[in-house]
Design a protein around this ligand. Sequence first.
Ligand code: PAF
Length: 282
Amino acid sequence: MQIISKADQLREKLGVWRAAGDRIAMVPTMGNLHDGHLSLIRIAKQHADRVVVSIFVNPTQFAQGEDFENYPRTLERDQLKLKKVSAHLLFVPEVETIYPFGLDRATTVSVPAFSQDLCGSFRPGHFDGVASVVTRLFALVQPDVAVFGQKDYQQLLVIRRLAEDLNLAVQVIAGPTLREKDGLAMSSRNQYLTDAERKIAPALHRVLSKTAEALQSGNRDFAVLENQGLKELQASGFTPDYVSIRHAESLAVPGHDDGQLVVLAAAHLGAARLIDNVLVEI
Ligand code: PAF
């Protein structure tokens, strides 16, 4: 596996692969890789000849007071994991490579259709940061395919829309959420949990699954179900931001007869802000 940090070296390498007719897949990450990330890389390998993984803790998607400084940076361990899944190239740019004109006056990409609601209303600017960095990574790598985890459901829709709206020649693929045995979605932020909080954390998925089951069995009292979910999370020890039932494609508040739904939640537990979602097809 080759490790590259500079844009010109990256372009050169990708040029050689493209000249040989290789299809290129990309898995953008912020590092601290876990099995969830590795599953995305395996999916990427099914769709392309070469897989580029990027590790870049993107400052523009963290607001003041969030965990940018403390975000776990584990490059050496990540490299070993990437070698085991035979990723072809690891791109580890410096901030200057991604934002050559600095952060303050950087060109930004905004996807208002999906960015302002749900997590967007609790983390203003977050999805502009995500959309901007992903657009920059796509511009550098120009992948044929890019794979993102479904755990970050709203992020996935932001990225799908930006690729479609900007006519980017990249196919955005969703990788299913990988879970621990007790149902907790794998996330780099799980390591912020204390032992006691880790025992509580699977309640997030339990509450979402229970809400999904109620929807499956015909309950359409969306507001009541959301409220119940919030109360159950609070009773378990979470401080929830939201529990929300939405249309799975538009993220709009669903109508009574909508059959493609997603139940999403974000909740704080100690130092961790956890997110999760469950799709419901009726
Ligand atoms: O999901 C993440 O790890 C990040 O938001 C992403 C997509 C790599 C952009 O920084």
